[in-house]
Design a protein around this ligand. Structure first.
Ligand code: SF4
Length: 297
């Protein structure tokens, strides 16, 4: 059994910087993050131990300082927090700011705003709260429910797979051939890199392991991408979830991880996979669940 990492995987610079900012802020005194800084339970727990509280409703914030996550907030939300007398610190990724700016510019130019993304995701809420009446689409059915407008201005949530986004933009154009449809590609480069690397790796693997939080949107997207190319794909949050029965002698195991997955978790999973592979090499099938070893002496 061989193990190979995708060429791009794990924490992106935006999440890395946000976690660093949160740690630095916590060292100055108690602080609350509005929403999950990253969709990774181990990271959230380690930040909690360092004094970073997580709250989902501004009314529940009991500290003087509040932190905005890497995926940003609307101007309306920032104003609300400031009006509550809170000191607001943003860890918003520059690529999320870029997506907000692209949508703002389209609206200023007279386009009806359309966001390709998950309605409940903090980044999409952040963009849509500043543009009430915008359309939010994620499926073909969503596009089919959009009302006709003369001009549509489309942006994407930064962590959507570009192929999905382009497909929905094409569908919008096909549905309203008489309308002007302008698309600004706001999918972030780390997401593109991880998606492309995951696809390339999954095409050449017999099994794929994707490491990341179950609530992590971009990790789940990586799982979907890998499933398009590989029949045996497993999503784990940490090494202890790996099951020996998933692997066989001769497997080419591909490893990838979402943008919110810290290096230690990737290394933990890779280390356990290597231990399993080593067990197969020496014929130590105990606890490994290897098949096909009958003639190995
Ligand atoms: S996934 Fe992309 S947009 Fe989000 S924090 Fe990372 S680099 Fe920034």
């Amino acid at each position: 059994m061989t193990i190979r990492r995708a060429s791009h995987l794990g924490w992106c610079f935006g999440v890395r910087d946000a976690v660093g900012d949160a740690r630095a802020a916590a060292s100055q005194g108690p602080i609350t993050i509005l929403g999950d800084l990253v969709h990774n339970p181990a990271v959230v727990e380690s930040l909690r131990k360092e004094g970073v509280l997580t709250r989902h409703d501004p009314a529940d914030i009991a500290t003087r300082r509040v932190l905005i996550t890497a995926h940003g907030a609307s101007r309306a939300r920032l104003r609300q927090l400031q009006d509550m007398g809170l000191e607001v610190q943003e860890t918003t990724c520059p690529l999320v700011h870029k997506a907000h700016a692209a949508l703002d510019a389209l609206v200023r130019q007279g386009f009806h705003p359309v966001i390709v993304g998950q309605r409940t995701h903090v980044e999409v809420r952040g963009m849509s709260e500043d543009h009430p009446g915008c359309d939010i689409v994620l499926t073909a059915e969503d596009v089919d429910g959009v009302e006709q407008r003369p001009r549509f201005g489309v942006v994407s949530q930064t962590t959507q797979p570009l192929g999905l986004v382009l497909g929905l933009v094409d569908r919008l154009r096909a549905r309203f051939p008489g309308s002007e449809v302008v698309f600004r590609d706001t999918v972030c480069q780390p997401t593109k890199d991880r998606q492309a690397a995951a696809e390339q790796m999954a095409r050449d693997s017999t099994v794929v392991v994707v490491v990341g939080g179950r609530h992590s949107h971009n990790t789940r997207r990586l799982v979907e991408t890998c499933r398009a190319w590989c029949a045996r794909v497993h999503h784990v949050e940490h090494a202890l979830e790996l099951e020996a029965g998933w692997f066989r002698v001769g497997d080419r195991v591909g490893l990838t991880a979402g943008t919110s997955t810290p290096d230690e978790e990737i290394e933990g999973v890779e280390g356990r996979l290597r231990a399993m592979a080593m067990g197969m090499e020496v014929g130590d099938v105990q606890g490994v669940g290897v098949t096909g070893l009958g003639d190995r002496g």
